[in-house]
Design a protein around this ligand. Structure first.
Ligand code: NAP
Length: 307
């Protein structure tokens, strides 16, 4: 079993920052991820709310963060974490291929998109239903598409889609968006973007091969209506990626991880940061802030352990 001082699960902005701080403090650090470093940055087009950059592409920021972390020799390895158990002070992390141990575990596994759970969503997933505009927009050049949801993701991705699609119709269950005012302003002034308010999406329908329309209920009139589209992009919120940690007794009822201001969970030596934490605002900037605190806290914890 490979031994480290700190194991970080998740190589998103928060995980990489924790690795930067911990390895810069001369700790032996391993970062595990089942994908390429950068996490959700890799599915994000332009970022204009991360200080230091007027605007930067998500994958480019991911690479810059990776390069700054690597200068202090943190190890990055592929690993799909399955479970964690605690033996004495050691956290034993089991992935699909290996086992690792460290006295400090930092959980930075983030959040994933929620499903809408309507008929047709599963059937047409990858054949018109998508959760990533940056990945799939190119398939819908000059087509009509729908975006379901009214938060930052729905509106940001809708704006991105409008660069290629013929039209983007946002279907939202209320008559007000949840997204930040800046994004709302951009979307409302975008000629390709349209809005259907107070609409509950009921089904995604197609011809067996591809999507033909979205069916929704007008909540004001009770009428069922159809919108012809070739693609449906779903952004109805996020789910904590915490399945491997469910037996540690650190999750709340929704699966998020509560921490104190040092990013410590209720289990000594287990920290959590970024989107996976129980918190209101999920941003790159505060994930990075969490990461710096967690990296330093890992150092403090190990100092106390060795005293
Ligand atoms: P979110 O903020 O939770 O928004 C989810 C949206 O989906 C809401 O508008 C919600 O409607 C709607 N919704 C939820 N369940 C639904 C259902 N069953 N049917 C129809 N609509 C449903 O999720 P998100 O937009 O993915 O954002 C997640 C986090 O990441 C947030 O903290 C967000 O601020 C952050 N984020 C930030 C940026 C940025 O700063 N540029 C970009 C992306 C994401 P209601 O409004 O009626 O609840």
């Amino acid at each position: 079993m490979k031994k480290y001082d700190v194991i970080i699960v998740g190589a998103g902005p928060g995980g990489m920052t924790a690795a930067l701080y911990a390895s810069r403090a001369n700790l032996k650090v391993l970062v595990l991820d089942r994908g390429v470093h950068g996490g959700q940055l890799n599915n994000t087009d332009a970022i204009d709310n991360y200080p230091g950059f007027i605007s930067i592409k998500g994958p480019e920021l991911a690479e810059k963060m990776y390069q700054s972390t690597k200068q202090f020799d943190a190890d990055f390895e592929y690993g799909d974490v399955q479970s964690v158990k605690i033996e004495d002070q050691q956290k034993i992390v089991k992935t699909d291929t290996s086992e690792y141990q460290a006295p400090v575990l930092i959980i930075a596994s983030g959040a994933d998109h929620k499903k809408l759970n309507v008929p047709g969503e599963e059937e047409y997933s990858g054949r018109g239903v998508s959760y990533c505009a940056v990945c799939d927009a190119a398939f819908f050049k000059d087509e009509d598409v729908a975006v379901i949801g009214g938060g930052d993701s729905a509106i940001e991705e809708g704006i991105y889609l409008s660069q290629l699609a013929k039209s983007v119709t946002v279907i939202h269950r209320r008559d007000q968006l949840r997204a930040q005012p800046t994004l709302q302003k951009r979307a409302f002034s975008n000629k390709k973007m349209h809005f259907i308010w107070n609409a509950q999406t009921e089904a995604i329908e197609g011809d067996g091969n591809k999507i033909t329309n979205v069916t929704y209920k007008d909540k004001k009139t009770g009428e069922t209506k159809k919108l012809p589209v070739a693609g449906v992009f779903i952004y109805v919120g996020v789910l904590a990626q915490t399945m491997p940690f469910k037996d540690l007794g650190i999750l709340d009822e929704q699966g998020w991880i509560p921490t104190d201001e040092h990013m410590s969970t209720k289990v000594p030596g287990i920290l959590a940061l970024g989107d996976v934490r129980q918190k209101d605002l999920r941003q790159i900037a505060n994930a990075v802030g969490d990461g710096s605190i967690a990296g330093q806290e890992a150092y403090n914890y190990l100092q106390n352990l060795n005293d």
